[in-house]
Design a protein around this ligand. Sequence first.
Ligand code: 13P
Ligand code: SF4
Length: 331
Amino acid sequence: MTAPTPMPIGTDLRAEIDRLRKERHAIILAHYYQKPEIQDLADFVGDSLELSRKAADTDAQVIAFCGVKFMADTAKILSPDKIVVLPDLDAGCSLEDSCPPDKFRAFRDAHPDHIALTYINCSTEVKALSDIIVTSSSAETIISQIPEDQPIIFGPDRHLGGYLSRKFGRDMLLWPGVCIVHEAFSETELLKLKAMHPGAPVAAHPECPPAIIDHADYVGSTSGILQFAKTFSGDTLIVATEPHIMHQMERALPEKRFIGAPGADGNCNCNICPYMALNTLEKLYTALRDLQPRIEIEERLRLAAKRPLDRMLEMASGTIGRGDLGPVAAD
Ligand code: 13P
Ligand code: SF4
């Protein structure tokens, strides 16, 4: 793909994005890990499940997805008639990279009696090989609907899988992927921080390793952590997830203090997701102007990936029957 024409010098980016959003009948969706300036002009900011629902329900003609590629792919899978643009196509995810479809297929084939419960942070091809997709906010509701004698393989995040396995007492086969961002938190530094702020609770994303989760007062998705921040009774909260989520906390609760959990060097800012950070206002502007880079998915693959996603959306709302859990993966 050719590089976009640079924007003219002196362009008022926010005004231009607003003009293009109206002209293109576009909706701007953003994840909580996006830069504050992107979150502030988005039409909707949410976690992976909320963003999927929004993408499925919108009547906009264009979805400008400010997040990472698996999220924009999900929007296209659920809304094939819309144009879906991602400001930077290189905005990937270490979990997606850890799980090549051919290896995942071999893993599935080696365990034919297991269902594949798969984290949404994966490629469209891996979704198509899965039975049910989960997000961090829907995983617990969904797993509690799967009969206890049904064996499960869970990929690609071994920490989320391990957390679910411990919480529900289920012996699941785990794919060995990790999120490089959450993997970087340091237990030693977290304990030092807790000692400096006695009584401050810790809220952690389930992508964190168990050594971090063990010190958490609350474990949940980005929107769950945000909700916890709005309801905890103290004045200081330690946040063990990507630090850009603290923008929403600081906006909603300026009187409280939010401190990012540290990495091994003790620096709170070392856990910025390098993939999410690729999106900028400039790239969002050119994406809306040129309607590029655009997400395209071959129709047979899209339909195969849509089935486990639809199943997630149904099960997350509790609308699927408990007996209706036979495999649905593509051949
Ligand atoms: P959430 O669904 O909790 O927003 O998580 C998405 C993600 O990529 C976390 O690293
Ligand atoms: Fe992927 Fe981790 Fe970045 Fe989320 S924070 S997009 S899981 S690399």
